[in-house]
Design a protein around this ligand. Structure first.
Ligand SMILES: [Zn+2]
Ligand SMILES: [Zn+2]
Length: 355
C-alpha cells in the first residue's frame, strides 16, 4: 500500500539473508482483518509503503542460527507450518518486563503495521514471504488444522481470548456479544465451549447473526432500527430481568460501550476491544458504572499465551464449530484489491489471500 484509499500494488524486493534468531517463511495464507481495512481506507494512520496483513500462516524456508524450537518447545525445521504473534517485542523494556504488557513494548514492531521501505522489507502478510525477527513468538501449527482455520486466530481469536481472560468469563454466566464479525463468532464459540448459559449476539447484519448460530449463540438481537431501550429490554428479558454478567464490545462502534454498560447486571464486567481507532468518542452516564459497581476493561492485541490458547482452542473445538467457514472467499495475491473490496463490503467474515 503506497497511499490510503488506493489500490495496492505489487512490488519486488530481494529476499533477506537469514540472520541468527530469525526465520524466513513462505506465506501460504493471510486473511484480511478489520484493522487492515481501517488502514487501507485511511481510518487509521500508518506509515507507507506498507505490506498489509497480520493474520498469517506459512511454511519455514530457512531457520536462522539458534532457532530450534517454537514458543512451546516443539522442534522446528524447514518445511514446518507455523503462525506467529502479531508483534515482535523486546522483552527488556519497562512494559515487557515490569508490567507484563508485551503488546505495549517500547520497541514494538508489528507485522502488517510498519513500513516495508527498508530491509528486510518482508514485514506483512499480503506477500509471498515474511521475515520473522527474534522477539516474535512462533507456534508450530498442528497438522489437522487448515490454513483457513488458523490464519484468523492470529489476531481475531487471540484477541478475543485476551478479552475473555481479562473479564474472567465463567460457566453458567450470561454473555452479551456486541458484533457478529470474526471476533463475535469466536467469542460465541468460547462462551459455548466453556458452558455459558445465554450467549446473546447483537448486530445490525442479519446474515452475520444467523451465522453465529453455528458457533453457539443461543439468542440473537437484530439491532437494526432498534432504539437502545429495546436492546436493553431484550437483554433483560433473556437474563431473568437482571442484565448480562459480561458484555464484550467487538463491533467497533463507539455508542455500543454506553449501551453495553446499561445491558450489564449490577457487578457486571465489560471488555472493550472493538474501538481500535482514534476519535472513537461516545457519551456515557458515569453513574451507570458507579451505582452498578461495574468493571470496564480495555484490551488491545494480546500476549503470547493468548495465541497459544487460541490454537489450542481451535484444536479442542474444531469438530463442534465450522471455523473454516469463517473464510468465505479466497483470492490469489494478484487479485488482492478485489479481496480487499469483498472484505470491506462485509459480505463474508474473512477473505483469504493465498500467494
Ligand atoms: Zn487484526
Ligand atoms: Zn519491550
Amino acid at each position: 500500500m503506497t497511499e490510503a484509499g488506493k489500490d495496492l500494488e505489487i512490488r519486488e524486493y530481494p529476499l533477506p539473508e537469514v540472520e541468527p534468531g530469525c526465520i524466513l517463511v513462505r506465506i501460504t495464507c493471510c486473511t484480511i482483518c478489520g484493522s487492515d481495512l481501517h488502514t487501507w481506507t485511511g481510518r487509521r494512520k500508518s506509515p507507507v509503503p506498507i505490506i498489509l496483513g497480520h493474520e498469517i500462516v506459512g511454511t519455514i524456508v530457512e531457520l536462522g542460527r539458534g532457532v530450534t524450537m517454537d514458543s512451546g518447545n516443539r522442534p522446528l525445521k524447514a518445511g514446518d507450518r507455523i503462525t506467529w504473534t502479531i508483534m515482535d517485542n523486546c522483552g527488556k523494556c519497562y512494559f515487557c518486563r515490569e508490567k507484563g504488557l508485551m503488546m505495549k513494548c517500547a520497541r514494538l514492531k508489528k507485522y502488517g503495521h510498519d513500513s516495508c521501505a527498508n530491509p528486510p522489507h518482508f514485514v506483512g502478510g499480503l506477500a509471498e514471504y515474511c521475515y520473522i525477527t527474534p522477539g516474535t513468538c512462533v507456534i508450530r501449527v498442528p497438522d489437522e488444522l487448515s490454513d483457513e482455520e488458523v490464519a484468523p486466530a492470529n489476531c481475531a481469536l487471540a484477541t478475543v481470548v485476551a478479552g475473555w481472560d481479562a473479564v474472567e468469563v465463567k460457566a453458567f454466566e450470561n454473555v452479551l456479544i456486541q458484533g457478529a464479525g470474526a471476533l463475535g463468532i469466536y467469542a460465541a464459540a468460547l462462551a459455548s465451549h466453556y458452558g455459558c448459559r445465554r450467549i446473546i449476539v447483537a448486530d445490525v447484519m442479519r446474515h452475520r447473526l444467523e451465522f453465529t448460530g453455528k458457533f453457539g449463540a443461543t439468542d440473537v438481537i437484530d439491532s437494526k432500527g432498534l432504539d437502545d431501550d429495546a436492546v436493553i429490554g431484550a437483554v433483560r428479558e433473556l437474563t431473568g430481568g437482571v442484565g448480562a454478567d459480561v458484555v464484550m464490545e467487538l463491533a467497533g462502534f463507539p455508542p455500543l460501550l454506553p449501551l453495553g454498560l446499561k445491558c450489564l447486571r449490577t457487578g457486571g464486567r465489560l471488555v472493550e476491544i472493538g474501538n481500535a481507532f482514534a476519535g472513537a468518542m461516545f457519551t456515557c452516564d458515569a453513574s451507570d458504572i458507579v451505582f452498578k459497581c461495574l468493571t470496564v476493561k480495555g484490551i488491545h492485541n494480546y500476549d503470547t499465551v493468548h495465541l497459544q490458547k487460541a490454537i489450542d482452542f481451535l484444536q479442542m473445538a474444531r469438530k463442534r464449530f465450522p471455523f473454516g467457514e469463517i473464510v468465505g472467499e479466497r483470492v490469489t495475491l494478484d487479485r488482492v484489491n478485489e479481496g480487499l473490496r469483498i472484505a470491506e463490503s462485509g459480505k463474508t467474515i474473512r477473505v483469504a489471500v493465498k500467494p
